[in-house]
Write a protein that binds this ligand. Structure first.
Ligand code: ADP
Ligand code: MG
Length: 697
């Protein structure tokens, strides 16, 4: 077996599994090694039924009492039986597997692993995993990897495949110099890859994670430095007359229905100075969610377009690109702005795409809004003078560069709401000037936040209906999953709210005049756009969604947000999410609901309370880290940065400094420094590392 063998050649992986793996970006053995667990589950010691507590993952040993009944509910078949162990009774359910009935005869002894919930006083396990005595004894207390699941790919499938190939980790050669490995007390690459999948203890897991995070940061920073050393400060070849820029922008600002904040004005002014100055503009506009970055982007585009040049605005999602496009069209019409605007995204039809490209290359379009589709090779401009990248942290560095290479050297303005620790910020944006939008529009009322458990749900629904009816506002309800996860078979996902079932239940539950729609990432782009458009035009009242609305979405009339299973999200992510409400001048409400009750949720609530106390993205990230402690880094995506699979810019902020120092040493030692490293990397056994980073650089 070799690292670049396709996954189909792995024993036990058939065509269906291979296709599912491919879809998740896993094509060969090396990719599979890099498909890191999302978290680890431990099989706990068996517990007495009388001692089970709500929300816990537990093992119960007992006998089936009475018969196993089979009935159907909401079109799904349900198997149900009781298990007793002398201390109490546990109710067990299996859904959609009627054929299992014969496996559960009365009197059979079972070892069940699952999440505990309660129906009144009776403990319940839905879809618990049945363990054999051997399985239980051999897995008790060990860390079992749980892999990220996507449509059609189950964690169990990945686990089976990884088991088949893990011995290949022995053959990985280290490319880091031994001095570095010793100095930084890193484990070897082989050990790290073995242990990240099959750690014998928590200590080994942490050591493995440390090594892999170090490598990720190391290679990332190394590549950025290589890229940066080749770019020099360039001349402004799209110079704009100051008086003219000033005139059109003031005209635009005076027509806006609101006063710009001082920080917005300053950012616009900074860009004006850049574009009318000697050097080409390279500016980062950093401002928290809702601080009003979009209008800054539009003002910048207006300057370029009024001077007869073209501008492009790139957004990370279709939904966001569409939103900007519609907003521009509206402004153009309302204020007679000189924009002829096009849109270029993956879901734009072939003919329209071709037309848009023609108009861009002959210069008849002044402005184009788009997604990654703008980066395609055949997108040519007539005179592209400005590239604005919105939510820049969602793009890779090289993507930003690709677009700015499209003819001449256009001015670049990037916008980001992610607070990036200073050390990393310097690496990512070291060559850029920064405008901070550190002020929120004045008329905003402070958002009201609440942290609650599931007992509050009914109260929330009443609140929701009342507000929708009386104030004609809209609401988001965020669920962590798209549909009931297959993991439930393993008793792992428990009762995580999923968009599909939730929407159905909510439609039954809320009165008929409340219009509910749903949105998630697995829908076709065109469908997503449609749903988002209906919501923004207030054709629907409640949008049940996954985190696809996390970035940039702006529907100011939506003032209420409920996040289900809030414990499943990192605080920074929750902060971005709640930025979707409180974007107008009406009072906004954000409710974070934990999926558990009692003691289990106390710790989570403490963590979530940070969100109540602060509105500062940086502080939130910092506090979250403090409360979770450095050992607790799995499962909670913090920043949403696409660059890293395992490193976290907050948790590992300190490591960034050390990585930089090591790189500096290597560059200084005169042996061709980084070039030598690249060679060593290539020779180290075909790791997909460098490829992985190429995707983002
Ligand atoms: P973000 O910085 O998150 O991208 P947006 O640019 O989407 O924020 O702005 C959020 C909302 O605030 C929008 O509805 C926008 O029209 C509005 N807005 C922007 N600037 C101001 C302002 N100075 N006063 C009032 N509302 C503003
Ligand atoms: Mg935005």
């Amino acid at each position: 077996m070799n690292l670049n063998d396709p996954v189909i050649s792995i024993k036990g992986i058939g065509e269906k599994s291979a296709a599912a793996l491919n879809k998740a970006g896993v094509f060969n053995v090396s990719d599979l090694l890099h498909y890191f667990p999302r978290t680890y589950s431990v099989v706990p010691e068996a517990q007495k039924i009388s001692e089970l507590s709500l929300g816990a993952r537990a093992v119960v040993k007992g006998r089936i009492m009475g018969g196993c009944s089979l009935f159907s509910s909401k079109g799904k078949s349900v198997l149900s039986f009781d298990v007793g162990d002398g201390t109490g009774k546990l109710k067990v359910y299996y859904f959609g597997m009627p054929y299992m009935k014969k496996s559960f005869p009365p009197g059979r002894t079972l070892i069940l692993l699952g999440n505990v919930s309660f129906k009144g006083d009776v403990a319940v396990m839905a879809q618990p995993k049945v363990l054999s005595e051997d399985e239980y004894e051999s897995t008790k207390g060990t860390l079992i990897p749980v892999y990220p699941e996507t449509a059609g790919l189950k964690s169990a499938t990945v686990l089976k495949a990884v088991k088949e190939i893990i011995s290949i980790s022995d053959r990985l050669k280290d490319y880091l110099p031994e001095t570095v490995i010793n100095k930084e007390t890193l484990v070897s690459l082989s050990k790290a890859f073995y242990d990240i999948h099959f750690p014998a203890s928590r200590e080994e897991l942490y050591a493995a994670r440390k090594r892999l995070a170090f490598d990720e940061l190391f290679l990332f920073i190394a590549r950025i430095q290589m890229l940066k050393s080749s770019t020099e400060k360039e001349e402004n070849s799209f110079k704009i007359d100051y008086g003219q820029a000033d005139g059109v922008v003031s005209g635009f600002i005076s027509k806006l229905p609101y006063e710009l904040t001082g920080a917005q004005l300053k950012a616009i002014n900074d860009i004006k100075k850049d574009m009318t100055g000697e050097g080409v503009a390279k500016r980062l506009v950093q401002g928290d969610v809702g601080s009003g970055k979009t209008v800054v982007a539009f003002a910048a585009a207006l300057m370029a377009v009024s001077a007869g040049y073209q501008a492009a605005i790139m957004a990370p999602t279709e939904v966001l690109a569409m939103q900007h496009y519609n907003e521009i069209l509206e402004l153009t019409e309302k204020y007679g702005l000189p924009f002829k605007t096009g849109i270029l995204t993956g879901s734009v039809g072939k003919a329209d795409k071709r037309r848009c490209k023609e108009l861009l290359s002959d210069g008849s379009l002044n402005l184009v809004i788009g997604t990654h589709a703008l980066l395609e090779e055949d997108v040519l401009f007539n005179e592209l003078a400005l590239v604005v990248t919105d939510e820049q942290h969602r793009f890779g560095v090289a993507q930003r560069r690709t677009l700015s290479k499209k003819g001449g050297t256009p001015h670049t303005v990037v916008m980001s709401a992610t607070p990036i620790p200073r050390t990393l910020g310097l690496i990512l944006y070291g060559d850029m000037d920064v405008s901070l939008i550190d002020e929120l529009p004045a008329k905003r009322l402070e958002r009201k936040n609440a942290v609650v458990d599931i007992d509050y749900r009914e109260t929330f629904y009443k609140f929701l209906v009342k507000h929708i009816r009386e104030e004609q506002v809209q609401a988001y309800i965020i669920c962590p999953m798209v549909e009931a996860s297959e993991s439930e078979e393993l008793g792992m996902a428990g009762d995580l709210a999923n968009v599909t079932d939730y929407t159905e239940t909510l439609r039954e539950k809320l009165p008929g005049d409340i219009r509910i729609s749903m949105l998630h990432g697995r829908m076709k782009p065109a469908e997503k756009n449609e749903i988002m458009k209906d919501f923004s035009e207030h054709k629907t009242d409640v949008l049940v969604s996954t985190t696809v609305v996390e970035v940039g979405v702006n529907v100011p009339n939506a003032t209420i947000m409920l996040v289900e299973n809030a414990e499943r999200f990192g605080l920074s992510q929750l902060h971005q999410l709640r930025g979707r409400v409180g974007r107008g001048d009406k009072q906004a409400y954000c409710v974070f609901m934990t999926g558990t009750k009692g003691d289990v949720s106390k710790n989570t609530q403490k963590r979530l309370n940070i969100l109540k106390e602060s509105n500062d993205g940086f502080k939130i990230a910092e506090e979250d880290l403090k409360q979770r402690g450095p050992g607790d880094f799995f499962g909670l995506r913090q920043s949403g940065l696409p660059y890293f699979k395992i490193a976290d810019i907050y948790t590992d902020a300190e490591m960034v400094g050390r990585v930089k120092a090591v790189l500096q040493d290597m560059t200084d030692d005169g042996q061709g420094g980084l070039k030598a490293l690249e060679t060593a990397l290539r020779e180290s056994g075909n790791l997909s590392y460098s490829e992985f980073h190429n995707i983002y650089l």
